[in-house]
Design a binder for this molecule. Structure first.
Ligand SMILES: *Cc1c(COP(=O)(O)O)cnc(C)c1O
Length: 411
């Protein structure tokens, strides 16, 4: 008999004896009182530390771990991450400010992203961070600004590779892309960097995001390494920095399972060993966003109304897609699927019913759970959406429809 696919168990968050979910050591109802409002996001420090420790335990010690802070730019969380990782990857001057405020070492900050404005490049130079350049324009501008400010430019080349990351939720390399510089155009640009006397430090290859297939990730990392090795012949300067991307996914939807890190660790160990011979000054860097933070966060919203329409139960909550676009299915998903959801103040094994969880916005897109079997809930109960530590508040249209904003806490 075929059983329908189910969500991966969300057992990273324990339950109290009364069935209540515990986040950061605090029972959920108490946490909601402490926050003083719903909706809110809560990020569990213990789980963030645990995830970083798990990665350190399996990956080769020589591989540097960077946090891609666009996944979650909450300042307190970035402050914690800065103590757990080797570097922070930023994608705007706004993120750069948060990373510097958090105490991250500028030498270990890298700045990627297409269309960097002149003022952003000036800020990057003044901060002393590595700039992952995405066009010849950025190289010429950095040369000019470096001379003007009397500060050395630190340059890595973001490569648009000649391959794609298979099975990735979001492809960000291969074919025509706004990201990076086509691999075939790089030899000429590298000669230009040498000619301008700019400091070249290495390569940044990011093929895609949200991948749950270890073999596909290993394949992309191997191809990225080979490509960087070929390109390295076109400069006189040694490669010091080899960012092989990341793309490690987390299970969001029914049928998805947690990524197996063992083959990735093995593959990286082999690449690190090759690098020791072939690019002896290079540090291999892996940059991860959601894998670090996604599973450590929940979104919590309160039931404002319970309605039954033609037999279907609807829980109308005080939060919705304006705070959590991704859970509504409108952040890059092709087919809408449910995130893992629970009623956080009730026993998970309480009598259940088919439930629609919707927000208060006047649009049918404002849907947080579609016909999920959830414990029977009443007005005042707390709906919890798991896997919400990444691409939450900062990736949602909070101004849409004028409801109050969401609060974020690190617990
Ligand atoms: C978005 C992004 C990341 C982070 O992706 P995750 O799926 O959150 O790990 C890393 N690197 C670059 C260049 C990105 O644009």
């Amino acid at each position: 008999m075929n059983t329908p696919p189910v969500h991966a168990p969300m057992d990273q968050f324990p339950r109290a004896a009364d069935g209540q979910l515990i986040v950061g050591g605090v029972p959920l109802s108490q946490l909601a009182e402490r926050v003083g409002q719903t909706p809110f996001y809560a990020f569990d420090r213990g789980l963030l530390r645990q995830r970083a420790a798990q990665l350190r335990a399996v990956l080769p010690a020589s591989v540097k771990l960077h946090y891609a802070m666009k996944a979650n730019p909450m300042p307190a969380l970035v402050g914690l991450m800065a103590t757990l990782v080797d570097g922070i990857d930023v994608a705007s001057a706004g993120e750069l400010k948060v990373a510097l405020d958090a105490g991250a070492d500028p030498h270990e900050i890298s700045f990627a992203g297409p269309g960097k404005r002149e003022v952003e490049l000036r800020q990057a130079l003044a901060a002393g961070v590595l700039v992952n350049v995405e066009s010849p324009r950025e190289v010429e501008l950095l040369a000019k600004l470096s001379a003007e400010l009397g500060l050395p430019a630190r340059i890595a080349l973001r490569v648009n590779p000649d391959f794609e990351l298979k099975g990735s939720g979001m492809k960000m390399g291969g074919g025509p892309k706004q990201f990076g510089i086509d691999a075939e155009a790089l030899p000429a640009l590298m000669a230009r960097i040498d000619e301008l006397g700019l400091g070249f430090e290495g390569f940044h290859l990011f093929a895609g995001s949200q991948n749950l297939r270890a073999e596909a990730i290993c394949d992309a990392q191997r191809k990225s390494y080979e490509l960087a090795l070929r390109l390295a012949q076109h400069t006189r300067q040694p490669v010091r920095f080899l960012n092989l991307g990341g793309g490690f996914g987390i299970p969001y939807f029914p049928g998805e399972q947690r990524l197996d890190l063992a083959p990735i660790a093995e593959n990286l160990a082999a690449l690190a060993e090759r690098a020791r011979q072939e690019m002896p000054q290079a540090s291999i860097v892996i940059e991860l966003g959601r894998y670090f933070v996604g599973e450590a966060g929940v979104y919590v919203t309160r039931v404002v109304d319970r309605k039954v329409s033609r037999g279907q139960v609807f829980l109308v909550t005080d939060g919705g897609l304006n705070h959590h676009l991704a859970a509504s299915g409108n952040f890059g998903q092709v087919i809408r699927k449910n995130y893992p959801v629970t009623i956080g103040n009730r026993r998970p094994d309480a009598p259940s019913e088919s439930t629609m969880v919707v927000g208060p916005l006047c649009t049918p897109m404002d849907l947080l759970a579609e016909r999920m079997s959830l414990p029977c809930a009443e007005v005042g109960d707390l709906v919890v959406i798991f896997q919400s530590g990444a691409y939450g508040a900062s990736a949602s249209p909070q101004g849409f429809l004028g409801h109050p904003g969401v609060v974020e806490v690190l617990v």
